[in-house]
Design a protein around this ligand. Structure first.
Ligand code: SF4
Length: 71
């Protein structure tokens, strides 16, 4: 299992995460910054998208923690 974290102060509203993993990330309607809609995705498909989004974020605002005991 993974836990996704977002540093909203670092986010520059580029939207790459929302395009890459739309079920996991959303953009705030007011300021465009990231909102983690699903911080612990249950499916491998969503987790794969989340990992890809973390790598693509231009401001390094996203990170992942592994949760011991999960899959
Ligand atoms: S990709 Fe990074 S900078 Fe862009 S909206 Fe997502 S968290 Fe913010």
């Amino acid at each position: 299992m993974i836990r996704i974290r977002a540093d909203r102060d670092a986010c520059v509203s580029a939207g790459m995460c929302v395009l890459t993993a739309p079920g996991v990330f959303e953009q705030d309607d007011d300021d465009g910054r990231v909102v983690v809609a699903d911080p612990a995705p249950a499916t491998e498909e969503l987790r794969r998208g989340a990992r890809e989004a973390v790598g693509l974020c231009p401001s390094r605002a996203l990170s992942l923690d592994r949760i011991p005991g999960g899959d």
